[in-house]
Design a protein. Structure first.
Length: 421
C-alpha cells in the first residue's frame, strides 16, 4: 500500500498536483485493494469525485459487492445526491454482509425525505439482522422523537442507555429529558436531566434542566440552576430572560430587574431583554426607567409591535398625547398591520383637540374594531361631542344589538333621536 500512503502524504503536505498525477496512475493500473483503500481515505478527506471514480471503477469488476455499494452510497449522500444513493443502496442483496449497514443508510435518507413509515420499516428490518446493535435503537428513538411518538421513542432510548449512556457524542439521558420536556412531561424530564448531569456537567443540559423546572413551576430550582449556569458561562445569553421570569414569579422584582441588566451587558442587542426590563420597571414603579427600556427595544426593532403598544399605554397614563403620535409616526409598522395604532391615534388626536384628524382615524379604525364594544363606545361618545348625532346613533344602535338590556345605550339613542326633532 505504499502508493496509497504516498498519495495521502502528498495531500497532507499540500502537493495536490503531484498527488493527482499519482492518483490517475493508480486509477488506471492499481490493484483492487489499493483502489479500495485509497477511495476510503479520499472519502474521509472530502475528495468525493476522486473517491467515487475509484469505487465506480471497482464496481465494474465487482458489480454486486456490498461493501463497495455502501461506500458509493455514503459518497453520494455526502455529495447531496440522495436519490442516486437510494438507487445504489437498494441494489444490495439481503444475503450480503453489508445489508444491515445499507438499511441504516436508507433509513436516514427516507427520514430526511419525511417518509417515516418506510424509514421505520428499514430500521426494524435492520434490527432483525443486527439485534444487538444499539445504534439502531438510537435511530429508532430519533425517528419516533421526530414524529412526536414520545413513549415509543423513550422505549428505544431506554434500550440504548441500558448499554451506553452516550452515542456519537450525544448524551442519551439528556435526549430523553429534552423529549419529555418538549412534550410537556416536565416532572419525568427532570429525573432524566438529573441523570444526564450526574454523567456529565454540560451547559446545554443545565439550561434544559433549569428551563424545564421553570415550566414545571419550580421557580426556586430554576433560579438555582440558571445561576449555576451563569457561573459556568455568563455568555449563555438565553438564561437571563428566563432567570428574570423565575425571580418575578417569586415576587423578587429587584432580582428580576438585576438579571435583565446582567443580560443586557452580555447581549445589548436583545430587544426582548429591554422589553421585559420595561415591564418589570413598571411593576417597581420606575416609570422613567420603564420608558427608556421600551424605547431601547423599539430602537433595536422599529417593528416591535408589543413594545410599542405597551409604551403607548404608559404614555396615555401620563397624558402625553403628543408623544403617542410621535411614537406611532416613528414606527416601522403600518396601521393596517396593527390597527390598534389607529385607535390609539384617534384617542390621542381627540385629546389634542385635533378633531378632524381624530375622526379620520376613528373611521379607519372602525373597519377593524366594528365588533369591539370598547372601541364603539369611544367612537360613539366622540361623535356625540362632535355633534354628529346620526352617526353616533348608528354606533349606539350597533352596541344595543350586542347588549339589548343596556339602558344607557337606550337612553342615548332616545336623546340622539329626539335632538333631531
Amino acid at each position: 500500500m505504499d502508493r496509497v500512503n504516498k498519495i495521502i502524504n502528498m495531500l497532507e503536505n499540500g502537493q495536490h498536483k503531484e498527488a493527482l498525477n499519482e492518483y490517475n496512475v493508480l486509477l488506471q493500473s492499481g490493484m483492487p485493494d489499493e483502489k479500495f483503500l485509497l477511495s476510503e481515505e479520499l472519502y474521509q478527506y472530502g475528495f468525493l469525485d476522486e473517491a467515487r471514480a475509484l469505487v465506480e471503477n471497482l464496481l465494474e469488476l465487482f458489480p454486486e459487492e456490498g461493501e463497495l455499494l455502501v461506500l458509493l452510497g455514503e459518497i453520494l449522500i455526502e455529495a447531496g445526491e440522495e436519490e442516486e444513493a437510494i438507487l445504489i443502496l437498494e441494489k444490495i442483496s439481503e444475503h450480503d454482509a453489508n445489508f444491515g449497514q445499507s438499511l441504516l443508510l436508507l433509513a436516514d435518507l427516507y427520514q430526511i425525505q419525511g417518509l417515516y413509515e418506510v424509514c421505520e420499516n428499514k430500521l426494524l428490518k435492520a434490527k432483525e439482522i443486527l439485534p444487538h446493535e444499539i445504534i439502531i435503537d438510537f435511530a429508532l428513538g430519533e425517528l419516533y422523537s421526530e414524529q412526536g411518538e414520545v413513549r415509543k421513542a423513550m422505549t428505544a432510548y431506554e434500550k440504548v442507555v441500558s448499554e451506553e449512556s452516550e452515542i456519537a457524542g450525544i448524551n442519551i439521558h439528556q435526549r430523553m429529558a429534552d423529549l419529555l420536556s418538549a412534550s410537556g412531561v416536565f416532572e419525568e424530564a427532570l429525573i432524566y436531566y438529573d441523570k444526564a448531569l450526574d454523567e456529565k456537567l454540560e451547559i446545554n443540559t443545565l439550561f434544559g434542566y433549569a428551563f424545564t423546572a421553570l415550566q414545571a413551576g419550580y421557580n426556586r430550582t430554576a433560579i438555582e440552576k440558571f445561576n449555576e449556569l451563569k457561573e459556568l458561562d455568563p455568555e449563555y445569553h438565553s438564561l437571563y430572560l428566563h432567570l428574570a421570569l423565575a425571580y418575578e414569579r417569586e415576587g423578587e422584582l429587584d432580582s428580576s430587574l438585576s438579571a435583565i441588566q446582567e443580560g443586557i451587558k452580555q447581549d445589548e442587542f436583545n430587544k426582548e431583554l429591554f422589553f421585559y426590563g420595561g415591564k418589570i420597571a413598571i411593576k417597581l414603579g420606575s416609570l422613567e426607567e420603564a420608558e427608556q427600556y421600551f424605547r431601547e427595544a423599539i430602537a433595536l426593532d422599529p417593528g416591535f409591535t408589543e413594545a410599542a403598544l405597551t409604551l403607548n399605554k404608559l404614555l396615555f397614563q401620563q397624558e402625553r398625547y403628543e408623544d403617542v403620535i410621535d411614537l406611532i409616526s416613528a414606527l416601522d409598522i403600518t396601521e393596517d398591520e396593527e390597527p390598534q395604532f389607529l385607535w390609539d391615534s384617534a384617542l390621542a388626536l381627540e385629546k389634542l383637540e385635533e378633531y378632524s384628524s381624530a375622526l379620520d382615524k376613528y373611521e379607519s379604525a372602525y373597519t377593524f374594531f366594528k365588533n369591539n364594544e370598547a372601541f364603539l363606545q369611544d367612537f360613539g361618545y366622540f361623535l356625540i361631542e362632535e355633534g354628529k348625532t346620526d352617526r353616533a346613533a348608528e354606533i349606539f344602535k350597533q352596541l344595543l344589538n350586542n347588549d339589548p338590556t343596556n339602558y344607557e345605550y337606550l337612553d342615548l339613542i332616545e336623546r340622539l333621536t329626539n335632538s333631531k326633532q
